[in-house]
Design a binder for this molecule. Structure first.
Ligand code: NAD
Length: 327
């Protein structure tokens, strides 16, 4: 397949591209990739360095709101895998407009361009945050969307547009909704790389509120395997949840990160809670497991050890980014 990957220079998109070209995703090798990315603050060509000379790889610097460039680039592709988005909740609280522009308008522009170019399949990468917050039990894909942050509201808007283009225009589209990802190459503003990079430097880390918010953690390689299963075997117009089965409170997560980095609770600052902070996320992944044979392979212990070791060994990658995100 010839696949156009939007946001392929970001954390998850670049993992997808590296694995696709390495042939390690379900179904093996044989794909070619065009990465389409505007290289915003979180987009980084260093993430694609391992595949930069692969003959199946090409890169186009472009915005998903640039309809003319999309019309030039899209024809000839068999599928679009759409990662490009503004993705950090705290930034959306500071200012929601870039989130609406990229996530809602950008997705609509991309959907139109995909349809006009006659591209076969559209895989939209979304998040469990569109469901809101759940006290007990888990969401399946039929739950109503009740997003609480400007980020999740903009992602919910993009999900609804994708479903509308399927219903209205017959676009062959599939949506995946995933829990919190972690792993190598994650921009050091998200909690795990933020804590690891600060703790490795002997610095302090902030814990929101009472630390009781629960998240489900998934290694980025398992997310990418789930996306590829949905791309290649998912039914058009359907949504598939992708989870990791590693639910824990932020306080438990902090304890694990302190231990992994050789620090203790004296390095933690308790800070006021994030505005509108969702209390708990929990996904039911029965649909993708039974229909497409998905199962996460990387245990949290194994994934966390690998991630901490990667940040220890790759200071040249994250030190300039940590300085940039602290400005
Ligand atoms: P990221 O911020 O690391 O990467 C986003 C990429 O999109 C960057 O390379 C950026 O340059 C690019 N981009 C942003 N706006 C663009 C635009 N207008 N045009 C072209 N490119 C643009 O984010 P990530 O963590 O890799 O997330 C990727 C996708 O996965 C997002 O859609 C996000 O909502 C979703 N998701 C993320 C998580 C998570 O835990 N990180 C969980 C579930 C779903």
């Amino acid at each position: 397949m010839k696949i156009l990957v939007t946001g392929g220079a970001g954390f998850i998109g670049s993992e997808y591209v590296r694995s696709l070209l390495a042939g390690t995703l379900p179904g093996g090798p044989g794909h070619t990739v065009t990465v389409y990315d505007c290289l915003s603050y979180s987009g980084n060509l260093a993430n694609l360095e391992p595949v930069a000379r692969h003959r199946g790889y090409s890169f186009v610097r472009g915005d998903i709101n640039d309809a003319d460039l999309l019309h030039e680039v899209l024809p000839g592709h068999d599928a679009v895998v759409h990662f490009a988005a503004e993705s950090h909740v705290d930034r959306s609280i500071d200012g929601a407009r870039p989130f609406v522009l990229a996530n809602v308008l950008g997705t609509q522009t991309l959907l139109d361009a995909t349809r006009r170019a006659g591209v076969g399949r559209f895989l939209h990468v979304s998040t469990d945050e569109v469901y809101g917050s759940i006290e007990s039990g888990s969401w399946d894909e039929r739950w109503p969307l009740t997003p609480n942050s400007p980020y999740s509201a903009s992602k919910a808007g993009s999900d609804l547009l994708v479903l509308a283009y399927h219903r209205t225009h017959g676009l062959d589209a599939v949506i995946t909704r995933c829990s919190n990802n972690y792993g190598h190459y994650q921009f050091p503003e998200k909690v795990i790389p933020l804590f690891v990079t600060r703790l490795l430097d002997g610095g302090r880390v902030p814990l929101y509120g009472d630390g009781g918010n629960v998240r489900d953690w998934l290694h980025v390689s398992d997310h990418c395997a789930g996306i590829h299963l949905a791309l290649t075997g998912g039914r058009a117009g359907e949504v598939y949840n992708i989870g990791g089965g590693a639910e824990m409170t932020n306080k438990e997560l902090t304890g694990r990160l302190l231990e992994a980095c050789g620090a203790d609770w004296s390095s933690v600052d308790n800070v006021p809670d994030r505005k509108g902070h969702d209390r708990r996320y929990s996904l039911d992944i029965a649909k993708i497991s039974t229909e497409l044979g998905y199962a996460p392979k990387v245990s949290f212990d194994e994934g966390l050890a690998e991630t901490v070791a990667w940040y220890q060994d790759n200071r040249a990658w994250w030190e300039p980014l940590a300085k940039k995100s602290a400005l």
